[in-house]
Ligand binder design. Structure first.
Ligand code: PLP
Length: 285
């Protein structure tokens, strides 16, 4: 049997959605995806901090504290005996007669969380994949992890139709991020990534990578770069929860450098895996 978190209760997983849930009708809500490795939710505090921020930015009141939510999500993962996978969590502004403006009165937010088994993607992390380029058609608050994902869906579909792992997005000449991950390039031993502003989601994996680069004296520049610079980079990689770090070997028809995973990407992946395995070890020792 599989369980889900519904508001503040862990219940049997159901397929019921209220037709007038604002998340369902407007994408009026926020979400998070937490990776679970060897039974251990990873970087949960960071994910919940981002959830709190996203909710605040759309004026959605969360009816619980983050430590309370963390306890319930941890219990959910344990109850579902999740070893490798994700916890998906979404909070909508609630169910109410369909009018665009916020509902009057204090209607409660609707929180739903469930878990899904997903293997680690070690093969593609080690060997890399290809990407396509596509115009970034999203709104101007990509820093909010909102339920509105149609442009991301369209971009990812383009990637899949081209046998690519990701669609790298650009606004005009500027590379922003990818359909469901952050984008990095390496040039002359320096790592470049778009600054964390309203044009990108500040990935939890991205933040961890920047921290690891700092600890291991790998120079990082949080600056925008162009599509041309991306195509002429020494290395390109993308990062996201659970798929971790994936080297990009080709973008559209352009092979990146010699078309093999780069040495700095490999170092960062090694440090990232070390971080994961230390947490696993601490928990299971
Ligand atoms: C648009 C976008 N950027 C970046 C990311 C990576 O974020 P994180 O590392 O927190 O998973 C995601 C993850 O879903 C995403 O959807």
């Amino acid at each position: 049997m599989s369980y889900m978190l519904f508001n503040n209760e862990i219940v049997e997983r159901s397929k019921c959605v209220d037709i007038e849930d604002r998340g369902y009708q407007f994408g009026d809500g926020v979400y998070e995806v937490v990776g679970v490795y060897s039974g251990e939710p990873m970087l949960m505090d960071e994910h919940l901090q981002r959830l709190e921020r996203s909710a605040k930015e759309i004026q959605l009141n969360l009816p619980y504290t983050m430590p309370e939510l963390k306890r319930q999500l941890t219990q959910l993962a344990a109850q579902n005996q999740l070893e490798e996978g994700i916890i998906y969590l979404q909070v909508s502004r609630g169910a109410s007669p369909r009018w665009h403006e916020f509902p009057e009165g204090n209607i409660p937010a609707v929180t739903v969380a469930y878990t899904r088994e997903e293997e680690r993607m070690t093969d593609i992390e080690d060997n890399g994949g290809t990407a396509v380029l596509t115009e970034d058609m999203r709104w101007l608050r990509c820093d909010i992890k909102s339920l509105n994902l149609l442009p991301n869906v369209m971009a990812k579909q383009k990637a899949v139709e081209n046998n690519a792992v990701e669609a790298i997005l650009h606004r005009g000449d500027t590379v922003t991020e990818a359909s469901a991950s952050n984008v990095f390039m390496v040039k002359n031993d320096k790592v470049y990534t778009h600054p964390a502003n309203n044009y990108i989601l500040n990935g939890i994996t991205r933040q961890k990578i920047l921290e690891l680069c700092g600890e291991h004296t790998i120079p990082v520049v949080e600056e925008t770069f162009t599509v041309k610079q991306l195509l002429e980079a020494d290395e390109v990689f993308v990062s996201a929860t659970k798929s971790d770090i994936i080297p990009i070997l080709k973008v559209d028809d352009h092979t990146i450098a010699d078309g093999t995973p780069g040495k700095i990407t490999h170092q960062i992946l090694k440090h990232f895996r070390m971080f994961i395995s230390q947490i696993e070890k601490n928990v299971h020792s």
